[in-house]
Design a protein around this ligand. Sequence first.
Ligand code: SIN
Length: 278
Amino acid sequence: MSQSLDIRPIAGALGVEIGGVDLSRDLPDGTIAEIRRALLDHLVIFFRDQDITPDQHLAFARRFGETVEYPLVKGLEGYPEITTIVKLEHEKLNFGGLWHADTTYLEEPPMGAILVARELPPCGGDTLFANMVMAHEALSEGMKNLLAPLKGVSVSNLPKVTQTRQARMEEGAKTAPDSVLTATHPVVYTHPDTGRKILYVNGAHTCRFEGMSDEESAPLLEYLFEHQTRPEFTCRFRWEPGSIAFWDNRATQHNPVNDYHGHKRVMHRITLAGDRPS
Ligand code: SIN
């Protein structure tokens, strides 16, 4: 395999910038394998100064797996698998503007997502990422043993996340307003490619432990939500025109910072099919 990529970490916990590659091109299999390796090793990878069309975005994504549509909001005209993540000048909430992994309320949540910056505010609108392998490793043995047999229930309609997508649902909902998607997954999930253990709950979608009420689950879930986004498990990506992020949705969470009121931010996201967590 060639070693052509220039890989530079951006933080101690996760995240590398990758140079020396033009994603608009039909890349050799060896380069795709190197990018996949970097994703598995570093959990989120970033590219700068790329100039790719929606078709090239799709072609690049398809080198890593099957692309899937976002279940709740219609995609870009002519490109149903491209979700437009937008905040307009007059809006106060940003889409997915809280710590989360994407769509864990699906039986088979995505393995990853590739986000392309299309229009950025003059400053702000960075995205934070957190490493869920590190979050699991840092727990005590007692807590790991307590969590090991538990399952978490994810739902699509928790109010704190529903309100962040409301404006986009008004423009192009794919589901009825009262429909709810639900899935149950292990709280500690073994990564299918690396074998590493992942703390697999998130504050946007996990509402309770299986077999327990929301109220009974809340104290431990709240502790885990706080724990898993400790600053030392995170990195922060500053977007520039031409920036692209590709995250492993199984082993990370992300949180787009909502600090650019009065300005527009437009991103294009493609998600890649994943397996049922086990
Ligand atoms: C998302 O995919 O949840 C949005 C990420 C972002 O806007 O930076």
